[in-house]
Design a protein around this ligand. Sequence first.
Ligand SMILES: [Zn+2]
Length: 337
Amino acid sequence: MDRGLSLHSNHSDLGCREYSKHTRLSQGCESGHGRGGRSVTPSRNEHTIAVSCEVRGRGYWSGRDVRVVMHPAPVGTGIQLVRSDLPSKPMCQASVEKRNDANLRTILHDGDARFEMIEHLMAALVGLEIDNCLVEIDAEELPGLDGSAAAFVAALRTAGLIIQSQPKRRLTLRERIYVESPAGWIEATPAEDGHTSYEYRLSFDGPSPIFDQTFTLRMTPERFIRDVAPARTFVTEAQAQSLRKQGVASHVTNQDLLVIGEHGPIENTLRFRDECARHKVLDLIGDLALANVELVGNFVSYRGGHNLNGRMAQRLAELAASQIPLTHISQSHRNVA
Ligand SMILES: [Zn+2]
């Protein structure tokens, strides 16, 4: 592993406030001008986790028990997913080129290395600014857990963060990018204050048990942990019935995600009044993570889903590839060990 500054040990169980302190410390180490600054997002170096950690659960679609083990990885690794249950241990880089379209989830695929529903894991990694990680998964489908990214976030926070020796590639948007479908659109625009935000505007055609709602996240690890990571996957009661009729996800109960009926969640309670829009922000963050670059811009999705997220991630990856990786990182940051 790279030399790096270990900010805390694996037995730490950091609270949100402590995580906040730790993040500011890491930015201060690198740039010296990030403390409390609200107008400019400081450049930073790549991060990995200090020690390995794991999450266990059951796949929503497959019903299979699955173990996800996350390991530290050297600079420049990115997020690599390994099928630890297969003899050849095939690997897939988590990038938009490996992305496949699927109903209600995001799939990555490279030869025998196929992974389903990777978006909540990806959101947890990018939300905590973990850039390099080797993730061993002993099944095709990642665990559904409670429908949110909370368990991934909890495990990664316990593992701790290491600052590495290479600047993180950053894409600062200078122009508008827009993708649309018959159902909705996603717009990416420059962030005038240099601070990234994600917004989701949720609205259904015709009568729906889910009311129209909008949620905006001004992105920091602390706000991601508090406001977005616990927001759960949702389906309407009609969608749940349709899936069960198809014999899909028959083991999934009303406590394993939000099933929204006429009078609200069935046999469950909302964590936030606008939990559905917040979950869509979680999916957006996880899917855009496949662009493999730190994003500085404002991202607004009107009724977008995984397909539109993937198309936006593709555009962002192409834009990043057309730019010199270190364009937006000052010389002084390159010598941090
Ligand atoms: Zn989701």
